[in-house]
Write a protein that binds this ligand. Structure first.
Ligand SMILES: C[S@@+](CC[C@H](N)C(=O)[O-])C[C@H]1O[C@@H](n2cnc3c(N)ncnc32)[C@H](O)[C@@H]1O
Length: 413
């Protein structure tokens, strides 16, 4: 299921998204379905694996994504309006522009917001060395001023996104961004950064655009990927139209996608202030503790109550109400979503719901079973909880808890 299978796959390889699943996961589902779906829903689009693959099979799909970066990535992958002549024309213009860089690029392109983006007097750590960020700003400027078509502008922006981590001093370390070993002395020149970008354009992007150029545009549906919080926007999907949902929501593991993809959000100018960041976090599913909530009363569910009771027995001294609120908020969100799915689906439809269990205070939360209960309470019938693999627990939990089950819940309507 894992995204690494997509690393060399047409279009999916434009930007590696470790939290995504593979194209093959969708293909396997389509193969086992007893009917040909007519309209699907993906509430947590991420890098767009579900709608992109369904589009390849001619299946209409409504999708939702709250992060402006992931939304941009998905819409670029879904667009498929590109042709190789226009692509090469723009690449040539950008290459020429990058051969004469402007000394005062920071006067033309503003630095991403935040105190740790570049070295400042008081900083001990910074995300980018000066030459790296200037190289990135050169590219951003070239895209902004030379590419006059929005589809291509977005496409080149995703190509830029795909080299941001490489150009930075950071790496993605599970739930957060950490500093690379030896980052202080590993310094790229502005030219290196331009070359990372141009190499990407001239290799995988050019190869895939060449293939897209030869495709028949009529084989693609016009896909609908909405930017926003699915809890607020799902009303946009007509009632009774959906016969397939394939999704993987954020897991209940305190991972905040806003944090993990912070460099992309800032460098591409998609988040420009602390306030915008706060609003984005507030709009994400309650699977992390970056936003505090009032005391949330747990939904009526015996398994959830049992887990919360066991946690309260185990760790009274280090009790953190934010974590308990996150757990309660997560299942409240799930209950709301399943009640909406029941309105949007037609009888005979199927849901494939990919989740993983979690552990807090030495107690395993059986997320898959609780979600299965929630689905049944909303009028669905759980056919199967299919184990996908075992995941490692965090170091704090590993002494008491072994592995955590990741599964796919198959649910009939
Ligand atoms: C596990 S990822 C989905 C990965 C996807 N299956 C793929 O293959 O790329 C979950 C996604 O849900 C998004 N998300 C979180 N809260 C959301 C919300 N309230 N509405 C819509 N999307 C949300 C996150 O930004 C993240 O991109």
């Amino acid at each position: 299921m894992q995204f690494d299978k997509n690393k060399n796959v047409f279009v999916h390889r434009w930007y590696p998204f470790v939290e995504g699943y593979s194209k093959k996961f969708i293909e396997d589902i389509l193969r086992e379905l007893p009917f040909v779906p007519s309209c699907a829903l993906e509430p947590f689009c991420g890098s767009g694996t579900t709608p992109v693959e369904l589009q390849n099979h001619g299946i209409k799909c409504y999708s939702f994504e709250v992060s402006p970066f992931m939304h941009l990535l998905s819409t670029v992958k879904l667009s498929r309006k590109y042709n190789i002549d226009s692509f090469e024309y723009y690449v040539k213009a950008i290459t020429k522009k990058l051969s004469h860089t402007n000394r005062n690029i920071r006067k033309l392109e503003s630095l991403p917001f935040g105190d740790t983006v570049v070295k400042r007097n008081q900083n001990k750590k910074w995300n980018f060395h000066d030459a790296s960020i200037d190289g990135i700003l050169d590219i951003r400027h070239a895209i902004r001023t030379l590419v006059d078509n929005d589809d291509y502008k977005d496409l080149f922006t995703i190509a830029l996104a795909s080299i941001i981590l490489q150009a930075s001093n950071m790496f993605r370390n599970g739930k957060c961004l950490s500093y690379k070993k030896g980052w202080k002395t590993r310094i790229f020149s502005r030219k290196d950064i331009h070359n990372f970008f141009l190499d990407k354009l001239n290799s995988i992007f050019a190869e895939d655009i060449r293939i897209i150029s030869k495709e028949n545009p009529s084989v693609h549906n016009s896909e609908i990927c909405y930017l926003g919080d699915v809890r607020k926007c799902i009303q946009k999907v007509p009632d009774g139209e959906i016969d397939l949902i394939i999704t993987s929501p954020p897991y209940l593991n305190s991972r905040d996608y806003t944090d993990i993809y912070m460099l992309e959000l800032k460098v591409l100018g998609l988040i420009n202030s602390h306030e915008e960041l706060r609003v984005l976090r507030k709009n994400t599913l309650r699977s992390h503790v970056q936003v505090s909530y009032e005391n949330i009363i747990p939904i009526e569910n015996e398994r959830l109550k049992k887990s919360l009771y066991e946690m309260s027995k185990n760790e009274q001294k280090v009790w953190n109400s934010d974590i308990i609120n996150m757990i309660c908020g997560y299942f409240e969100d799930m209950q709301f979503l399943f009640s909406e799915f029941a309105k949007k689906m037609r009888k005979g439809g199927i849901i494939y719901f990919n989740v993983a269990n979690s552990a807090y205070y030495g107690v395993e939360v059986p997320v898959d079973y609780i979600i299965a209960d929630i689905a049944e309470s909303c009028g669905f019938k759980v056919r199967e909880i299919r184990k996908a693999r075992d995941l490692k627990t965090s170091p704090q939990q590993s002494a008491k808890i072994g592995k955590l089950r990741e599964s796919v819940i198959v649910i009939d309507y």
